[in-house]
Write a protein that binds this ligand. Structure first.
Ligand code: ATP
Length: 214
């Protein structure tokens, strides 16, 4: 059975945190494919106007160009009705009925997951991998008993590889990097040049060429 992870977000811009997550989870969860899904706009981040989807898609493509198993999907960019996550998940399941699917989110998304449309579906219709972030506690008080029963906390098991997931919610600290797109955009605006170290080289060149975030 093919094992595929999908990782949705704004990727505005894609950064080393995102890429490290893709590589590390591919190894840890023995994945055949890892697919980034840039959102048309993140439906739960209404206060923020994202950079053009074309730019975000281009940056993700550059960032993953040399990675054989890491891809970028246009499934959300192609959808004129701008789908919610649970709808995208259902489509991905439908498109790959034979695959075991893992849906990746960060600790900040986990903390506010109960504000997402049909959030219980999001957490139960595929496996979910929650990746810790240094500034975010992982708390479980906002989820139901049914959701709690699916939790597998890998933080205690170190580098152990996971092979037999069945609609579980995995919590992993295998990456735990303090990189955020908001901070990168802030650094670019403030002309703090160390932002380049936080994104793949090709992405840094692209941001400069098209004068993004200034
Ligand atoms: P922003 O600062 O604009 O919120 P971001 O860095 O969180 O951006 P997104 O594109 O919003 O990037 O992230 C997509 C997904 O990746 C979200 O689920 C987010 O929680 C997760 N994520 C982003 N950066 C990290 C990180 N350093 N560690 C773990 N998860 C992350």
């Amino acid at each position: 059975m093919k094992r595929i992870a999908f990782y949705g977000g704004s990727f505005d811009p894609p950064h080393n945190g995102h890429l490290t997550i893709a590589r590390k989870l591919s190894d840890l969860f023995v994945l055949d494919e890892f697919t980034f899904i840039p959102a048309f706009h993140a439906p739960h981040k209404k206060d923020k106007k994202p950079t053009s989807a074309f730019h975000r898609f281009a940056m993700l493509s550059l960032a993953t160009e040399i990675e054989g198993k890491i891809k970028v999907s246009t499934v959300e960019l192609d959808a004129p009705e701008k789908p919610f996550t649970y709808q995208t998940q259902a489509k991905l399941k439908n498109d790959s009925p034979e695959a075991e699917i893992f849906f990746v989110i960060g600790a900040d998304s986990w903390a506010e997951i109960d504000t997402w449309r049909e959030w219980e579906k999001v957490l139960t219709q595929t496996n979910v991998i929650v990746v810790t972030r240094p500034e975010y506690e992982i708390d479980f008080s906002h989820v139901t008993k049914e959701i709690k029963a699916r939790l597998i906390d890998l933080r205690k098991n170190g580098e152990q590889k996971i092979k037999n997931g069945e609609q579980k919610i995995y919590i992993t600290d295998a990456v735990n990097l303090d990189v955020s797109a908001t901070e990168i955009r802030r650094k670019i605006r403030a002309q703090e040049n160390d932002w380049r170290e936080l994104v793949p080289n090709e992405v840094a060149k692209y941001i400069e060429k098209y004068e993004l975030y200034i």
